[in-house]
Design a protein around this ligand. Structure first.
Ligand code: GDP
Ligand code: MG
Length: 597
């Protein structure tokens, strides 16, 4: 296809504003998929994505569209992940296209991720076509929402397309706007090959599949290519496009988006954002701005049933093949036995991996508290990277600790500003900037990452009713007064509950944790002391009273079915418990104990 007849775009939206439904309608109305193969949310393939309504990996579809001007166009839609954990992947996939449809629910208006995502699109230099969705609903208020888009985002919304992705109103107009208002890609077919590696994943039949956007040059089956990041050479054995099923093509030229396979063994060997060129007569200048995504959050994953350790190893190895940003190493815990210390891009990433292990591999897990990487400087001048609080060396040989800091940018409607400032302040933040963007305040904070990885995003959403958008960048390491806090249950330290905390916040944190644990741990036949301690000094203590009665006692013996239900429930509860000495601690305690609210 010649460049003038290609349009590449993504759809940006806040969650639930109708991105997937709109994508479905665009695919359906252009007969890209036969009617009988059409199913809702065609591009969201993984179960977790469907259930949580999030898109984790970019998905792509090529649509043929004959416009009102009689000319045939190729439209490539790349669906991008919508979460801050995957910010790097979003920014790369945005750079693979020239325009975005900005979908805003006309009954809701601009929301948190609308902003975060549209700014990514603006940063990538996109032309943006605003779409007001859900106009079939009586609560739709298109004029107000259009005005809000202009005020808050600062783009012209006077020609915003009014759409119902549900009923199909405005779909034709949307396709016409893509052709008319989004720019055609640029590129030189005769220049040396420059292709962007947009995404890659493991397919059980084809092996590693790589999604590419051709910038310059042409890619054909049989070509020998070089990944510029590590200079590895591969032979292309398949090349094609997504409709959205895979369809082979002869070649891909400038402006085109498609996939290749090249007998690449593991997804780890492909890096999102890398530049692909030819082995011979390739380019010397890679595309700008490549950086591999690094895990920033670490936690332990242990099987509830220790007999499942080998199964867990197998599951983790398989998932890692498919996800270069997920790292792991074996770990042993006195309390939890054998497991793995795993690294993630963020908390959603952690949750997704944990869910997949539980669901696809059927292994019940205990997840320990997420932690960041600390730099521990020893008296002898050496430095170690601490991934796990349990490995903290003895204080007598430690000189000082440094922790990672981030620069966080938060956009929030005025009325919630006070709550946001308080939250950031509570998390040891240092305010760097406060300005206004339309009716929104924009605050920039320097924050310790360890105060953010755990539940900051949840708290931010809850104090702002979902109206805050949040984005962050890692800034580097800084020294602070950090200590390891241990939790003792029935006088025994539970290593999996150890955390690194700032000394000034340790008392508060310790008290909150022991109070939480008191609620989370069921009563036993004996009294259980629960304590928080720093270096042997107890800073908080609660006592869980002994159980007095049999749980079934209140059933008076008569109602057998009720009695059985209670016992069954207790049994199910048991499975999710882990024994520490004489005490059963429920699985959820390892995460819930740290939530601060
Ligand atoms: P996404 O999270 O942005 O991908 O949103 P979805 O496409 O999954 O849509 C979220 C919800 O809104 C779903 O229940 C859709 O059926 C519904 N929805 C999407 N578009 C429309 C629309 O135009 N009208 C109405 N009434 N509902 C819609
Ligand atoms: Mg969706």
């Amino acid at each position: 296809t010649d460049l003038a007849h290609i349009r590449n775009f993504s759809i940006v939206a806040h969650i639930d504003h109708g991105k997937s439904t709109l994508a479905d309608r665009l695919i359906q109305s252009t007969n890209t998929v036969a009617e009988r193969d059409m199913k809702a949310q065609l591009l969201d393939s993984m179960d977790i994505e469907r259930e949580r309504g999030i898109t984790i990996k970019a998905n792509t579809v090529r649509i043929d569209y004959t416009a009102d001007n009689g000319e045939a166009y190729v439209l490539n839609l790349i669906d991008t992940p919508g979460h801050v954990d995957f910010a790097y992947e979003v920014s790369r996939s945005m750079r693979a296209v020239e325009g975005s449809l900005l979908v805003v629910d006309s009954t809701q208006g601009v929301e948190a991720q609308t902003l975060a995502n549209v700014y990514q699109a603006i940063d990538a230099g996109h032309e943006i076509v605003p779409v007001l969705n859900k106009i079939d609903l009586p609560a739709a208020d298109c004029d107000r929402v259009a005005e809000q888009i202009e005020d808050v985002i600062g783009i012209d919304a006077s020609n915003a397309i009014r759409v119902s992705a549900k009923t199909g109103i405005g779909i034709h107009e949307t396709l016409e706007a893509i052709v008319k208002h989004l720019p055609a890609p640029k590129g030189d077919a005769t220049a040396p090959l420059k292709a962007m590696l947009v995404d890659s994943w493991y397919d059980s039949y084809l092996g590693v599949v790589v999604l590419v956007r051709i910038m310059d040059g042409t890619l054909k089956k049989g070509d020998r290519i070089k990944m510029m990041q590590n200079s590895s050479i591969h032979l292309i054995d398949r090349i094609g496009v997504f409709r959205p099923a895979m369809q082979p093509v002869e070649s891909l030229g400038p402006g085109e988006i498609g996939f290749i396979t090249a007998q690449i063994k593991q997804v780890r060997d492909t890096r999102v954002g890398d530049t692909i060129t030819h082995e011979k007569k390739g380019t010397d200048t890679p595309l700008p701005g490549f950086k591999p995504s690094q895990p920033v959050v670490f936690c332990g994953l242990f099987p509830v049933d220790s007999a499942e350790f080998e199964d867990l190893r197998d599951a983790i190895e398989k998932l890692a093949l498919n996800d270069a940003s997920f790292s792991y190493e074996m770990e042993t815990s006195a309390a939890l036995g054998f497991g793995f210390r795993c690294g993630f891009l963020g908390l959603l990433h952690l949750e997704v991996i944990r869910d997949r292990i539980e669901r696809e591999y059927n292994i019940e897990l205990i997840t320990t508290a997420p932690s960041v990487i600390y730099h521990v400087y020893m008296r002898d001048g050496s430095m170690i990277e601490l991934h796990n609080p349990a490995d903290m060396p003895d204080l007598s040989i430690v000189d000082h600790l440094e922790e990672p800091r981030i620069k966080a940018t938060i956009l929030v409607p005025d009325e919630y500003l006070g709550d946001v400032l308080k939250l950031c302040q509570d998390r040891r933040g240092i305010q760097e900037d406060l300005t206004y963007a339309g009716a929104r305040a924009m605050v920039v904070y320097d924050l310790p990452l360890n105060e953010v990885v755990f539940d900051f995003y949840d708290r931010l959403k809850s104090v702002t009713k979902g109206y805050a958008s949040f984005d962050y960048q890692l800034m580097g390491y800084r020294q602070d007064h950090l200590v390891k806090m241990q939790i003792l249950v029935n006088d025994e330290p539970v290593d999996a509950l150890s955390t690194m905390v700032h000394r000034d916040r340790a008392d508060l944190r310790g008290r909150a944790m022991v109070e939480k644990l008191k609620d989370l741990i069921p009563r036993h036949m004996f009294k259980i002391p629960i304590q928080a301690a720093i270096g042997g000094k107890v800073i908080a203590r609660e006592t869980l009273a002994a159980l007095r009665k049999d749980v079934t006692a209140k059933c008076y013996g008569g109602d057998m079915s009720r009695k059985r239900k209670l016992l069954d429930k207790q049994k199910a509860g048991k499975k999710k418990m882990r024994q520490f000495g004489k005490v059963d601690i429920p699985q959820e305690a390892f995460i819930s104990a740290l939530k601060m609210d």
